[in-house]
Design a protein around this ligand. Structure first.
Ligand code: ADE
Length: 225
């Protein structure tokens, strides 16, 4: 998989891709992530990328010319299966969306900034408008990093068996059960006995029961459909 990310502040999200699982996925050659600075396509001496919005709504908007040029430049090198725009008015991101996107080969992500991007860019290029939650970030960069992380860890070979994505919260509409590690007794606090019993079936049942109970308490909406 290849992910290209267009941003006016690419340095804001360089580090998530240079550590741990995302770094290893790139080193293994399973995924390639490229950040592109929109200012490289900016206009005039000052590499301008934004301007006031027509109609007087306070706040700056990313102009169409640099975005069209940047996107068309990238499209001249490969065709994209999805062109994502990160925006609070997009569709709410969830595990199902991550699963679907993880099957694609080439993804382009456009990070919004300020008051957003000129609508003509959305109309002309964007196939997926995605929000990562009902709150407003300073820009779409952190959303792009969140979406990329959620997608990349699902690609076969990125995680090992121990950290397999199959047992994650949400994969089966259940939150994850509580987890414990050694020591079995710490300051008088004991690990539930069943977990140290070595009885595989009982442990599995216990985990499922705990997951169900947690989901009922914290996210009953997940059990509705
Ligand atoms: N940009 C600003 N806020 C955002 C959000 N909640 N999701 C995606 N992109 C955003």
């Amino acid at each position: 998989m290849r992910i290209d990310i267009i941003s006016v502040l690419p340095e804001l999200i360089r580090s998530p891709f240079e550590a741990s699982i995302l770094k290893r996925a790139q080193q293994k050659g399973i995924v390639e992530v490229q950040l592109h600075n929109l200012k490289d396509f900016g206009m005039g001496k000052h590499r301008q990328v934004d301007d006031y919005s027509f109609g007087g709504n306070a706040g700056m908007v990313l102009r169409p010319e640099p975005l069209f040029e940047c996107i068309e430049f990238l499209q001249s090198q490969r065709s994209y299966d999805a062109i994502i725009y990160t925006t609070p008015d997009g569709r709410r991101f969830d595990q199902k969306a991550a699963n679907n996107l993880s099957l694609l080969e080439n993804i382009l992500v456009i990070c919004g900034h300020y008051k957003g991007i000129d609508q003509r860019v959305r109309d002309h290029f964007v196939t997926h408008e995605i929000s990562i939650g009902d709150y407003v970030l300073s820009g779409g960069e952190l959303a792009a990093a969140v979406i990329s992380d959620a997608i990349i860890r699902l690609i076969p070979g990125v995680l090992n068996d121990e950290t397999s994505a199959l047992t994650d919260s949400f994969q089966d509409n259940l939150l994850a059960p509580p987890v414990y590690t050694r020591p079995a007794e710490f300051r008088g606090l004991d690990v539930p006995e069943v977990l140290t019993s070595g009885h595989f079936k009982k442990i599995e049942d216990w985990n499922h029961e705990q997951a169900l109970q947690r989901t009922k308490e914290r996210r009953p909406d997940l059990l509705e459909d």
